[in-house]
Design a protein around this ligand. Structure first.
Ligand SMILES: Nc1ncnc2c1ncn2[C@@H]1O[C@H](COP(=O)(O)OP(=O)(O)OP(=O)(O)O)[C@@H](O)[C@H]1O
Ligand SMILES: [Mg+2]
Length: 366
């Protein structure tokens, strides 16, 4: 998959223009606040997801303008298509593919992108909630049906939480508790296997990337953590069900006492280690950045393994804090696919041995 060209008009502070993008690495270099991230944002919008930083479409429209246009010529599965987006104040965004009006869902396969932005650095330092969100977002893109599984789990979880909170006032609520427990364990067992399989594959792909990235110095490993009684989260569903259910019976009175759900996949987490040490506690800034990036690159590989298509890779401001060897890896050794990298240090771009260098100033690509 790739973006051949991008045109914008009235989009934030970008000057109206057409930008041609190369097949491999494209480095977008410029000083602060010149429009580098905005350019990545425009490409990301072509994947028909929400913007990664705007809360409303209105923010995308240039100050003083009525509407914003983003048009991209994209290539996927050997087919070239034109995706046109229009954002207009007080209206829903319009999407056209090859000049025909479409809904976002209909054409979401035109382009896929994997984005790395500075916020993703938090992933290594983050807690369970962010790790679960990361797993769920990635799995949902790879496995249709996973979202629905999650939302079924959450519905039961909310019902059970309400019972645990209110049973003292209304004892009859306890009559249905077992039924909810049973449902919760059933969905938990299935979600558990999805997450475990995903983390294992992500780890398998990320480890060699990190090894090469660090010149053979660092072993990255990811471990999935779930309900303590689950011995093997990849075992048969029935077995996992039994083990989660056992834990739930053990903690039944503790759940009633505390008024909250203590057992389930809503407490899952992911351990990230570098050379066997917890990355959260011990990784340096550069190591953190490298590992977070390795995980993103692994996600892209997973996507390719499953769909046969390499998503476009968007790297916002990844080069800072990296030493020369690691910068060189990002610029020249990420294998295949189209990559857009922003940076504000002209010096770093001297390490680029192939690819295309685009300079941007005051919203214009020079
Ligand atoms: N709707 C808008 N209309 C006009 N200008 C806007 C709009 N939205 C954002 N901007 C301006 O765009 C500029 C930011 O652009 P961008 O985030 O792309 O910079 P950048 O090149 O990535 O900078 P940095 O290196 O600091 O990350 C800001 O100065 C902001 O005021
Ligand atoms: Mg930026």
């Amino acid at each position: 998959m790739r973006v051949l060209s991008l045109e914008t008009e009235g989009f934030r502070m970008l000057s109206p223009a057409r930008v041609e993008l190369g097949e491999g690495v494209n480095v977008i270099c410029g000083e602060n606040a010149q429009g580098k991230t905005t350019l990545l944002e425009a490409v990301f919008l072509l994947t028909l997801s929400r913007s990664f930083r705007a809360r409303t479409d209105r923010e995308l429209i240039a100050f003083g303008a009525e509407r914003a246009f983003v048009t991209g010529t994209v290539e996927a599965a050997g087919r070239e298509r034109t995706v046109e987006l229009c954002f207009e104040k007080g209206k829903r965004r319009s999407v056209k593919v090859n000049r025909v009006k479409k809904s976002a869902a209909e054409v979401s396969d035109c382009l896929k992108a994997v984005l790395f932005c500075p916020e993703d650095l938090q992933l290594l330092r983050a807690g369970g909630a962010e790790h679960r969100r990361m797993m769920d977002t990635a799995i949902s893109q790879l496995r249709p049906g996973y979202r629905k599984l999650l939302s079924s789990y959450n519905t039961i979880y909310e019902n059970k939480s309400a019972i645990l909170k209110n049973w003292r006032e209304d004892g009859s609520l306890l009559e249905v508790l077992d039924e909810f427990n049973e449902g919760l364990c059933r969905y938990a067992a299935r979600i558990c296997r999805y997450r475990a399989a995903f983390v294992r594959r992500l780890s398998e792909y990320a480890a060699p990337i990190q090894r090469e990235f660090s010149g053979g110095r660092e072993e990255l490993a990811l471990h999935y953590k779930t309900v303590s009684t689950v011995e093997d989260p990849l075992a048969e569903e029935a077995e996992i069900y039994e083990q989660i259910s056992r834990r739930m019976r053990e903690l039944r009175s503790a759940e009633l006492e505390s008024g909250s759900c203590l057992v389930g996949i809503h407490k899952d987490d992911m351990d990230i280690t570098l050379n066997g040490l917890s990355a959260k506690s011990y990784a340096s800034q550069g190591q953190t950045r490298t590992a977070a990036l390795s995980m993103k690159l692994a996600e892209r590989e997973l996507f390719r393994a499953d769909t046969g298509e390499q998503p476009v890779l968007l790297l916002d401001d990844v080069l800072s804090e990296l030493d020369a060897a690691r910068q060189e890896f990002v610029l020249n050794r990420i294998p295949e696919g189209q990559i857009l990298i922003t940076c504000c240090d002209e010096g770093s771009t001297r390490r680029l041995t192939g690819g295309r260098l685009l300079r941007i100033a005051e919203g214009s690509v020079l």
